[in-house]
Design a binder for this molecule. Sequence first.
Ligand code: PEP
Ligand code: MN
Length: 385
Amino acid sequence: MSPDAGLRALRDAIDELDEQILSQILKRGHIVQQIMALKGSLGLDAFDPQRETEILGRLTADRTQPFDPGQVKAIFKAIFHASLDLKDRERWQRLQVKRRDLVPQEGIMVGGVSVGTGGPVLFVGPCSVETPQQMDAIASFISTLPGKKILRGGAFKPRTSPYAFQGLREKGLRILRETGDRYGLATVTEVLDVSTLDVVAAHTDMLQIGARNMSNTELLKAVGGTGKPVLLKRGFMSTLEELLLAAEYIVSSGNSSVVLCERGIRTFEPWTRNTLDIAAVPLLKLETSLPVIVDLSHSLGRTDIMLACARAALAAGADGLMMEAHATPELALSDGFQQLDCEGLRRLVEGLGIGIAADQTDSRASSAGARRNPTAQSASAGGPS
Ligand code: PEP
Ligand code: MN
């Protein structure tokens, strides 16, 4: 046999072996699935480290040449991991947050505002509720903006320093509610713990779970029990998988009205307060039908690049934007440096073209603002220009 013909024959033999190995691995995968189903019905854990060690020991006890035992172990470990991944993927696909029918056609209703359909919603207002006058000054302006708006304002504040302004608590909740009602604006405010959940829920249309609390599983379960819409922020050190599993806690506790919020994550980049992870928007939308919004203020910590990032967020598919705004940011009791003033807010909304495009599919959404604001009646919640 010529060297050429010999090489071809050897390659043919390898190809045939690869086919056989693949078909054996696939067969093994099917058996693993059956074992896992049985283990599941018996309440046993899918991963059995002792059995894995025994199998590896048996397989490498003799005849590993031309490989050494470590290489054979590595090959089989890869096969074992692929089998366990099968289980993980199956479990992932069965999550409630993966259900495509989770969000009703009209979107998630917050007061009269639908989130998730009919154009972007602006979640806008000061970092903290400070005084009735401060809230009135900014809300009266917000109510004149076109498009869909929800008034934000923190009453229970999760501050990094215990010496920083901690919020007006119940008094702040009352001011937020009264201001929202005066201007026909739905409201969102943060709930910090289970002990204050009832009072917060009684005063607001939507509950915010902040970045620091995304992993507070008791709080997630408790807000799941309220039936109130929830704005769930991504923790600043959390993966998207962890965010979705946090949402799963709420949804599996009986509340599917969850809006996800990308608010920036911690990286080594100091030029923004956090790093806005724009890819989070389309990635979350691949995995879930829950609406996704972007908090520009806490991700950027600055206002000068907000319009460009807002455009990017909407272009990436965000269902809304959060911006902190204050009539006099220089006097704000928290996060003054990142809050827009009224003029900045007007320019941002104009720059996004909100109110210009004519596709207003959600008539109920504009009705709240329209009660006080005649211009809002023709307003649209269109995307970026
Ligand atoms: C907030 O929105 O007021 C806030 C504290 O944001 P985060 O939880 O994203 O830091
Ligand atoms: Mn803030």
